[in-house]
Design a protein around this ligand. Sequence first.
Ligand code: ASP
Length: 334
Amino acid sequence: MDFKGSHILSIEQFERADIERIFEVADRMEPYALRKRITRVLDGAILGNMFFEPSTRTRVSFGSAFNLLGGAVRETTGFESSAIAKGESLYDTARVLSGYSDVICMRHPQAGSVAEFAAASRVPVMNGGDGPNEHPTQALLDLYTIRKEVASKGRSMDELRIAMIGDLKYGRTVHSLCKLLKVYNNVTVTLISPRELQMPEELVEGLREVGHQVVVTDQLEGSINSDIVYSTRIQEERFGSKEEADLYRGKFRLNQQIYTKYCEPNTVIMHPLPRDSRAEANELDNDLNENPNLAIFRQADNGVLVRMALFALVLDVVDGVDKYSSDVNWYRPE
Ligand code: ASP
C-alpha cells in the first residue's frame, strides 16, 4: 500500500509486505525511542489526539511517538470536554479538527465511528480503538512483539502456536490480532473463553479459511502449552452492568504455579494491558512479574516504536528521521 496520507483504520488494509515495511521502520526508530538520539523531523507538525474512552498506553504512546519525532500534541479527552457533548456530529468535528492538525488519532466507544470520522477528515486518521471492533495499532505492536520474542527463542512465525484467553467477544485487540495472523502460514490459534464470550464466528472462519488450525475451548488447563499466551481483560464497559461482567471476571487466572504446570518453559506471556489486578479478577498474577517470559512491558514499550513508524510512513518522513537528528544533551540512566 501507499502509506503516504493514508488513514490507519483496520488491519484489513495491510498485506504482508506492508506489515514488514512497518516493522522495518519501527526497528529504525529504536535509538530515538531509547533517547540515544533525537530527531526534529516533525518540527512544527501537530497531532490531534482525541480519546473519548479511557486510555493510558495508547493515548500516551501515540503522543510520545509524535513528540519523539519532533512534533507537538493537542489532546481532547472525554465527551464532556468536547463539543460532541453539545450534539456536534462526527462529520463536523472531523471537518473542524482536521484543519487544526496534521494527523489525528481517535478512540471512540462505537464500532465504525473512527472510519466515519476519517471520511470527513482532511488529514490522515489513526484508529486508537473503535468500541469492540478493532484496535489496529495494538495488533501491529502485538505482532511486532511476538516476532521479536519468538525470534529470541530461535522460532519462526510460520507454525506459530498462540493461545488467546479471556473476553474474546468484546476484546478488540484480539479481533485485530486474529485478522493480522492471517498473513502467516500454519498458525495454531487456541481460543479460551467462557462460552458467552467466544471470538465472533466470522473471525474464527477467517483464520480457518487461510488454513490455520483453530481450537475453541472454555478450559485453560491443557490449552496453554503454546509459544504465546495472550491474556485479555473482561471488557466491563461493553456489558450492560458491572454485575454482568462480574459473572466472568476471574474465570481464567494465570499465575506462576499454573504457568509451570501447563505452559512450556519458554512460553511468552502477553497482555494488551491494563491487566485487571483486583483480587476478583487477577488475570495475570503479580507473581509472574519476575518471570523472564512475561513480555507485557516490552510489549507496551514496542507501542512507541510501531506508532513512530506509522507516523513516519503516513507523513512520509522516513528518510528525514536520521537526517534531522542530533545527539542527546541530557543524562539518561542506561
Ligand atoms: N487497552 C486495550 C484496549 O483499549 C485492552 C483493554 O482495554 O482491555 O482495547
